[in-house]
Design a protein around this ligand. Structure first.
Ligand code: CTP
Length: 403
């Protein structure tokens, strides 16, 4: 099924480089064309001749010295593939990709790859202590946020004689991952998903605002998952510290009123609307043009913000509407009421008191409520996995395959 796909295999310098020879062989056997780029260090571990022999193509490794290439070959190399895999990915290459450093052929090509068009799998492989290093951990997390696929390294015996996490994922697993990304699961193709995420900020004066603890992680995970499944994604986001996933239309906003205007503006393009944003229900009646100076007691006068979901529900035509309910008490009753009041097709109920759920964290525990009083309990899982589950459920309930 992978027949005819162009794979760019980047090999950086780790012991697991010997496994990349097997990986190249597996892709060739599937009928793919495989172009290998090796770093200088990789060539200390495995010979380019092996890779040349397995792929039938000369291995590239230098920005300047491979005489058969032109000055802009790195751009061409980045445009040709259907999929890029870096296996093994060392701490060094991960750091370079994250920072945008382009100081050899592999890092330069990776800088030139357009993630929205060409997926990239990174298969980290290193000693456990290196993997646990805060800088490396952060690099992996940020790269995943940006939309790189991380082949999470396994536990086992490491080359250094220690046992722990850090073993590169086996070649057959990487092949499966590639298969899934390239041909499986594009079930949202031609579907437009409009997602709101993050908090809103309601200004008091030029330096202060009212907001909440929303990190945006749930909405961004949904945007990423929908994009991975081939959807056109419009992500309307309040201020967060996150990188928007590759390939989505990203519309940053600040206040609830701005979010309201942008969401309504894009509504008619959407087939599915998911409102994961934590919208501030109130804003100050007046925004002071100058910084408010302290005096004695102070009272803030607030006015209600528009309920974006309610307005969307009034104006919706074909859209499948999904809301979120963040609660600290009476979770199911409140969520069910919100679904009714806001005329939603489905609501994701979040118990903020539960460990591993809600704002800031990478995981969530939720209940999914559907029309007709059906409730589904969902166990603790990452926000990305939960996003895929939510998309599965939307698909089951809303027969967009008939459109
Ligand atoms: N929501 C919205 N506009 C608002 C407030 C909330 O679109 N002004 C949406 C949220 O994005 C979420 C859902 O409504 O999908 C429920 O949000 P939540 O804050 O849980 O509930 P509220 O409706 O604000 O009710 P309350 O604050 O009384 O719990």
């Amino acid at each position: 099924m992978l027949q005819g796909k162009a794979i760019l295999l980047g090999v950086s310098g780790g012991i697991a480089a010997y496994k990349s020879a097997e990986l190249a062989r597996l892709f060739v056997r599937e009928g793919c064309s495989v172009q290998v780029i090796m770093t200088r260090a990789a060539k200390k571990f495995i010979s380019p001749l092996t890779m040349h022999g397995l792929t039938g193509r000369p291995v590239f490794s230098s920005l300047f010295n491979d005489s058969y290439r032109t000055a802009t070959a790195h751009i061409q190399l980045a445009r040709e593939p259907d999929l890029v895999i870096v296996a093994p990915a060392t701490a060094n290459i991960l750091g370079k990709i994250r920072a945008g450093i382009a100081d050899d052929l592999l890092s330069t090509v990776l800088t030139a790859v357009e993630l929205g068009k060409c997926p990239v799998i990174l298969a980290p492989s290193m000693n456990t202590t290196m993997l646990e290093n805060p800088a490396v951990k952060e690099n992996i997390r940020v790269l995943e946020e940006r939309g790189f696929f991380i082949a999470d390294p396994g536990k086992g015996d490491l080359a250094c004689g220690e046992t722990g996490k850090g073993r590169m994922v086996e070649p057959f697993e990487l092949l499966e991952m590639a298969r899934k990304i390239l041909i499986g699961g594009k079930d949202y193709q031609n579907v437009t998903v409009l997602i709101s995420a993050g908090p809103t900020r309601e200004a008091l004066d030029p330096v202060r605002f009212i907001t909440n603890h929303s990190s945006g992680k749930m909405g961004y995970a949904l945007a990423r998952a929908a994009r991975e499944r081939g959807a056109n994604v419009i992500l309307v986001s309040g201020p967060t510290a996150l990188e928007p996933p590759a390939g989505v239309i990203f519309l940053p906003v600040v206040s609830a009123e701005e979010m309201y205007a942008v969401m309504l503006d894009r509504l008619q393009e959407a087939d599915v609307v998911i409102k994961a944003a934590a919208v501030a229900d109130y804003r100050p009646v007046e925004v002071s043009r100058q910084k408010i100076k302290k005096a004695g007691e102070m009272q803030l006068k607030l006015v209600r913000n528009p309920d974006i979901l309610k307005e969307i529900a009034k104006k919706k035509t074909k859209q499948f509407l999904v809301g979120f309910a963040a609660e600290t008490e009476n979770l199911l009753e409140n969520a069910a009421r919100k679904m009714e009041e806001k005329n939603l097709d489905m609501i994701v109920a979040n118990d903020l008191g539960e460990e591993g759920a809600g704002f800031q964290v990478d995981t969530n525990i939720v209940r999914l409520l559907y029309r007709g009083g059906v409730v589904e309990e969902v166990p603790l899982m990452t926000k990305l996995r939960l996003s895929h589950l939510i998309l599965d459920r939307i698909k089951e309930r809303w027969k967009f395959q008939d459109r």
